[in-house]
Design a protein around this ligand. Sequence first.
Ligand SMILES: Cc1cc(C)cc(-c2cc(NC(=O)[C@H]3COCCO3)[nH]n2)c1
Length: 221
Amino acid sequence: MKKRNEYDDSSIQILEGLEAVRKRPGMYIGSTDGRGLHHLVYEIVDNAVDEALAGFGQKIAVTINADGSLTVQDEGRGMPTGMHSSGRPTIEVILTILHAGGKFTENNYKTSGGLHGVGASVVNALSSWLVVEVARDHQLYREKFVNGGHPQGTLKSAGHTKLKSGTTLTFMPDKTIFTTTAFDYDTLAERLRESAFLLKGIEITLTDLRGEEAREDVFKF
Ligand SMILES: Cc1cc(C)cc(-c2cc(NC(=O)[C@H]3COCCO3)[nH]n2)c1
């Protein structure tokens, strides 16, 4: 089969997009202190919330992992696992191409609501690594991105999963960009509680695996 030209125009567009975010992160997330750090979480959670708002999935799980990375998991339909017209997996396009829609300006922040993955490419650009896993019909697909959003390989089938469908995204904020990469449990808990309040009936769980004892809150209204 014809090997896609590894380094074509679309590669340039991807590199320029991700590089632009890393050069001026404040333009995309407001700041690179704790506030900007937590915007990364809200951007990803907003995607899972959009899917739940669309009526798919009843639970969203947010986990602060022991290594300091953060995972957001939904039980929605799962991000599209097919190929995009550019010749790349659609997931790769969503996670590496800056999309119009998310409105970020210095210090004020409007959620992208309603467009899947609008801000996810910004999160990818500002992460030292990011792994996306999609379950569709019990089939698991996985792709990893490193050093600010560069695909490591491509979307791969990763076997069978008991979860029928859903999307899981784990990211490690880039320590060379943020003044702090330590997620604050109470800050996240407050925001997730608000989201659960607005999403009547959807259960949002926050779990912290960084300490000796796991800490967890379940929000459901
Ligand atoms: C945690 C997380 C992170 C990101 C970037 C997207 C999502 C996401 C995206 C979606 N759904 C979609 O992308 C598409 C799947 O195809 C039907 C319309 O919705 N569900 N969940 C979840």
